[in-house]
Design a protein around this ligand. Structure first.
Ligand SMILES: Cc1ncc(COP(=O)(O)O)c(C=O)c1O
Length: 359
């Protein structure tokens, strides 16, 4: 495997890739429905939910759209402290919702206090918030945010983007009182891109029944009707569902707690390496991501040059996102990566720094 230290698409294990090569079968068949059923049941464990998980033939952004279309007639409170929170606000706006943005400086967390304040100003049907802001390497305190939403505005549904953290960091949907949690296949689940998973609570599904113009493809009510028959309204990504079924077995065999601990240990190692070498970390202390670290480019290195150097060792990291390009670089530690991979990357980066006379 060529270690990709980018926050998705990540490396996929050879046997998981192989699982996609299962011969095609009709999706309207008992054989496929059995696979779909198994995958959905196992996926619930990742979300720590007793509710349903919709598996859609889309990337995660499709489910950001599904959240706003199904759960809000009009008013959305969108937390924005990075590129993907911003995207979710735009998705809501372009679907005709009235969106209030709770803007927070990038690198700083969305705090429960700020959310409480915003909820006291107006009534919102849903709040959208990103658990792990991939663009800045920051984890928002979802559990605490959810607690204040439940307290201050109990009818506001809590929608969480866990695209770059689900399966790598613990998110307890039911215990935290979340209404929708969505993720993509190509990040911590270490699958190829192309499917998304969205867990939806009963009260969220009940809300969807009351919301007009939910569209067709991502209509939760329609998805649920089919899910109850272990099926989907339209043709699913059959090969990816085979891979998902297989990969969920691998993930559960590792053990979720072990998997989270592996991600966290890699995160700690990368952070201490960066600080040790005189770099800064972009995200505020106490809120640093367990799955991707955003390193401040304190030494003003050319990120393209770093990647050219790493390419000789078949490795690659990610530049800063958007306006942070060149100002930060990101090291992902998610999916199949092991501490030995991280050590190899950091050793290579040390060699690069030595070449630049920085070590
Ligand atoms: C936090 C977050 N949300 C949403 C997305 C968009 O996901 P997708 O590309 O699967 O639509 C990404 C992609 O990197 C992400 O990191």
């Amino acid at each position: 495997m060529t270690p990709l230290f980018v926050p998705g698409p990540v490396d996929v294990a050879e046997d998981v890739l192989q699982a996609q090569t299962h011969p095609m079968i009709p999706h309207r068949s008992a054989e496929f429905e059995a696979v779909f059923h198994r995958a959905e049941q196992k996926a619930r464990q990742l979300f720590y939910t007793r509710y349903r998980v919709f598996i859609t033939a889309s990337s995660g952004t499709g489910l950001q759209e599904a959240a706003v279309r199904n759960l809000a007639r009009e008013k959305v409170l969108a937390c924005v402290n990075g590129a993907f929170g911003k995207r979710w606000a735009e998705v809501a706006e372009t679907n005709g919702k009235t969106v209030t943005r709770l803007e927070v400086e990038w690198g700083q967390p969305v705090t429960p206090e700020a959310v409480a304040e915003a909820l006291k100003q107006d009534d919102y049907e849903i709040i959208t918030v990103v658990h792990n802001e991939t663009s800045v390497g920051l984890e928002n305190p979802i559990k605490d945010i959810a607690a204040v939403v439940r307290e201050v505005s109990p009818d506001t549904l809590i929608c969480v983007d866990a695209v770059s953290s689900l399966g790598g960091a613990k998110i307890e949907m039911d215990a935290w009182g979340l209404d929708m949690v969505l993720t993509s296949s190509q990040k911590c689940l270490a699958l190829p891109p192309g499917i998304a998973l969205g867990a939806v609570s009963d009260r969220a599904l009940a809300r969807a029944e009351q919301v007009p113009n939910r569209g067709w493809y991502f209509d939760f009510v329609r998805l649920e009707k089919h899910r109850l028959k272990d099926s989907t309204p339209a043709t699913p990504a059959v090969s990816l569902v085979f891979a998902l079924d297989y990969q969920l077995d691998r993930i559960l065999a590792e053990g979720l707690e072990n998997r989270f601990a592996r991600h966290e240990a890699m995160a700690k190692r990368v952070r201490s390496w960066a600080l040790d070498r005189g770099f800064g970390l972009f995200a505020a202390e106490g809120y640093r991501s367990k799955t991707v670290t955003s390193v401040k480019n304190t030494h003003e290195l050319d990120i393209g040059e770093i990647n050219a150097f790493l390419a000789q060792r078949d490795m690659r990291l990610a530049n800063g996102y958007g306006a942070l390009k060149g100002k930060t670089f990101r090291i992902a530690h998610m999916g199949e990566l092991q501490m030995t991979d991280i050590e190899a990357l950091l050793a290579a980066l040390d060699d690069f720094l030595a070449e630049k006379g920085l070590r």
